[in-house]
Design a protein around this ligand. Structure first.
Ligand code: ZN
Length: 94
């Protein structure tokens, strides 16, 4: 069973955080008024607020016990290192 390098606890799973792009619909909102002046505002619509597919730019893996970041990469969800962290040694065809 894999062991956390920070706290020494065994773990069955990890916490993984993916930093993804989110898409919004951006438009002009209702004008604000301040001291007689009209101030334009932005409207960030949550209607379209979903992560853009395959836009993960960073993955951080934490120990579920002590929450130390024990690994990170640049968004590769197929990173063989992730298998190693879960106790599997990936093989590459010889
Ligand atoms: Zn730990």
């Amino acid at each position: 069973m894999p062991t956390c390098p920070k706290c020494g606890q065994d773990y069955y799973h990890l916490k993984a955080f993916c930093l993804e792009e989110n898409r919004y619909e951006l438009s002009l909102g209702a004008d604000d008024k301040l001291e007689g002046k009209t101030i334009p505002t932005l409207e960030w619509s949550s209607y379209d607020r979903v992560p853009v597919e395959s836009s993960c730019v960073k993955i951080e893996v934490e120990c579920p016990n002590c929450e130390a970041v024990i690994y990170s990469n640049k968004g590769d969800s197929e990173d063989p290192e992730l298998l190693k962290l879960l106790g599997v040694n990936p093989t590459f065809g010889g």
